[in-house]
Design a protein around this ligand. Structure first.
Ligand code: PMP
Length: 354
């Protein structure tokens, strides 16, 4: 009955599918660390003493914008916030794409760029990242694709989800200086990589850096993402931002956690666990076609001849991100706490070794 009223191009549209949660969660690149006790206490004190949830939240996210800006040494005019960086991806396609216009994206990469473009009447064209090259970005390939496709927006994900490699600074600089379009640099996993890109915001007014509290800061449940960019870009994004987009509790929690020393420690632990897992998985190289790619993020991307690697790990109580179709040889595992990571390494050895 409703079908005929739905936009024609959305009649076969599938919502973002999330696999059911069973077993130890190593599928969504979440943080394994619980919320820090001192942050819990600050949030509890707010509920007990100041809570006023009758009122709409601050529509400008003032305290959070100021906290983010102070942490990076920027001005609040360089910052805007979204309900997860997902919402900002949607806003950017809403803001810039005329119907039928194109975004350029890496493949494989985070599916939300294409989803947002299509929902907002645009389309996505991709350039490939090659397994032979450990899925590294090639500035040459990107510049060539930019010339051919002439997109309105170039989305780059660094480190790239799900493959794990980041863009080199000199490549990013050469892309930015020649892009001729809006460049969105999705740095959802940037805290786990070495590259510093902050200074580029003042040099390139067409650059938007997207970041999130969902990964390194362990606040995925509160849905807070943010964009760093030139003030003119931020004002443009704010034109399409929904009023009151972030709820009060998320604004307060995110402004409490940013820059706290314990998160630096969490990040160091994740990086050292990732390197431990990568080394251990390296010893399994070639067994049943197994290969683990290098990563600068909080996950590792693996390939094997077993199309059911994800299901086999799930039988052992470990939920990783499995893929279907032309990606069925691949799986992505999130770096978790040391005990879970060790269980994962034992499980994968049992599966691969005869
Ligand atoms: N970008 C990338 C590359 C991601 O992997 C994710 C989460 N899976 C997001 C953005 C969205 O993160 P959030 O909406 O939780 O901020």
């Amino acid at each position: 009955m409703i079908e005929r009223y739905i936009r024609e191009d959305l009649r076969n549209w599938e919502n973002y599918q999330v696999q059911p949660v069973t077993g130890r969660k190593m599928d969504a690149n979440e943080s394994p660390f619980p919320l820090d006790q001192s942050v819990r206490e600050r949030l509890s004190a707010w509920i007990l003493e100041k809570e006023d949830l009758r009122l709409y939240p601050d529509t400008d996210n003032t305290v959070l914008r100021e906290a983010i800006a102070a942490y990076y040494g920027l001005s609040p005019e360089n910052v805007t916030c979204g309900v997860g960086s997902d919402q900002l991806i949607d806003y950017l396609t809403k803001l810039f794409l005329e119907p039928g216009e194109t975004i350029l994206v890496p493949s494989p990469s985070f599916s939300m760029y294409q989803t947002a473009a299509e929902i907002n009447h645009g389309k996505a064209v991709s350039f490939p990242l090659e397994p032979e090259n450990d899925f590294q970005f090639s500035a040459e390939m990107i510049l060539k694709s930019l010339k051919e496709v002439r997109p309105k927006i170039l989305f780059l994900c660094s480190p790239n989800n799900p493959t794990g490699q980041g863009l080199k600074r000199e490549d990013l600089l050469s892309i930015l200086s020649k892009a001729g379009c809006v460049v969105v640099l999705d740095e959802a996993y940037g805290e786990f990589a070495e590259n510093e890109t902050l200074d580029l915001i003042s040099r390139f007014p067409n650059l938007v850096s997207l970041r999130t509290f969902s990964k390194a800061y362990g606040l995925a449940g509160l849905r807070v993402g943010y964009a760093l960019a030139d003030p003119e870009m931020i004002r443009a994004i704010d034109r399409v931002r929904a009023p009151y987009n972030l709820n009060t509790f998320s604004q307060i929690a995110a402004s409490c956690v940013i820059g706290r020393a314990e998160y630096k420690e969490h990040i160091r632990t994740i990086i050292s666990e990732r390197d431990r897992m990568y080394k251990a998985l390296g010893a399994l190289k070639g067994i049943k076609g197994f290969h683990c790619y290098p990563s600068q993020a909080n996950y590792l991307f693996m390939q094997s001849d077993l199309p059911d690697l994800g299901a086999r790990l799930l039988e052992k109580g470990l939920l990783v991100r499995a893929y279907s179709g032309k990606m069925s040889a691949y799986a992505r595992v999130s770096v978790s706490d040391p005990e879970t990571n060790t269980l994962f390494l034992e499980a994968i050895k049992e599966i691969l070794l005869p």
